[in-house]
Ligand binder design. Structure first.
Ligand code: FE
Ligand code: FE
Ligand code: ZN
Length: 288
């Protein structure tokens, strides 16, 4: 069975997210680990977390893909901003231990003119500080669209970050991977409409396919290589719409690809809950 869900609000707690997921026939979901505007995260309600765990076990959920707020920039030029990212990520990873065995996805950040090399160094530093031996959460770098000075739109950059961490902290290998965002990868210039296999072969040569652990399945409002990062509903953008050069076969290839088909898929499309239910049932129908 396809493991698929969407991004959900944490406002009513953990068990409520699980129930919402079930109501749209999802068997995974994503959520922000804290309020993106910063400040302290709410204290964890461990009974609520346990209730979600029970619900997930009873309904054969796949792993969840928690998302760090977009406001973290571990490679900012400002020390205060880097410190905030570091402290918040460290705290998020401690809290994730209450719900072991899931994913924690984050945006590598923007180097804001310091250059990619410095950006990568700062990201490696941050990960080496916040990750710890024995952690049960796998940290995922998200493939980025390459908007502005974003780091992580080239597979080579993701590979350098992972190599940098594992060289310094070999015990963390296996706890670091990549979340493949289809809108971002296409916007970054990888042609997944015409050559998904070729793109994944390049991923394998640079990063290693074993590091691919989750997929953000989004359509894109913009053509391949646009570096825009504007998500579209499935079937209405450059990946899934025939008028725009894509189509259902492209979506079928993504969800059924032998390297992707068993990973958790998360929708981050501009939808309400009933729209997500429709996308989930559509993508389930394409899965082989
Ligand atoms: Fe993201
Ligand atoms: Fe994403
Ligand atoms: Zn995006």
């Amino acid at each position: 069975m396809l493991t698929i869900g969407c991004h959900l609000s944490t406002s009513k707690g953990f068990e409520a997210m699980g129930r919402t997921a079930l109501s749209i026939k999802a068997n995974t979901f994503a959520f922000f680990t804290r309020n993106p505007r910063g400040g302290n995260a709410k204290a964890l309600d461990l009974d609520d977390v346990a209730a979600l765990q029970r619900l997930m076990d009873q309904n054969s959920f796949g792993p969840l893909v928690a998302h760090a707020p977009y406001t973290y920039n571990p490679c900012s030029g400002k020390e205060r901003a880097r410190e905030f990212a570091l402290e918040a990520m460290a705290d998020d990873l401690q809290r994730m231990e209450a719900l072991p065995g899931n994913y924690y996805n984050f945006h590598p950040g923007a180097h804001v003119g310091q250059g990619v090399d410095t950006g990568i160094e700062l990201i490696v530093d941050t990960l080496c500080h916040v990750m710890f031996e024995g952690q049960r959460t796998c940290v995922l770098l998200e493939t980025m669209a390459g908007k502005g000075t974003e780091v992580g739109s080239r597979f080579e950059e993701l590979a350098r970050i992972i190599d940098g961490v594992v060289t310094r902290r070999p015990e963390l290998s296996g706890r670091l991977g990549v979340c493949f965002d289809t809108c971002h990868v296409s916007d970054a210039g990888y042609d997944i409409v015409h050559d998904l296999d070729g793109v994944l072969a390049r991923f394998d040569e640079t990063v290693g396919i074993e590091h691919l652990r989750a997929v953000h399945i989004n359509d894109s409002k913009n053509p391949c290589g646009s570096h825009k990062d504007r998500h579209e509903k499935i079937g209405e953008g450059y990946l899934g719409s025939e008028e725009l050069g894509g189509g259902a076969d492209v979506m079928h290839n993504i969800v059924s690809n032998r390297h992707l088909r068993t990973l958790p898929f998360i929708l981050e499309t501009p939808q309400e809950l009933c729209g997500y239910a429709g996308e989930i049932s559509y993508l389930r129908s394409l899965w082989q």
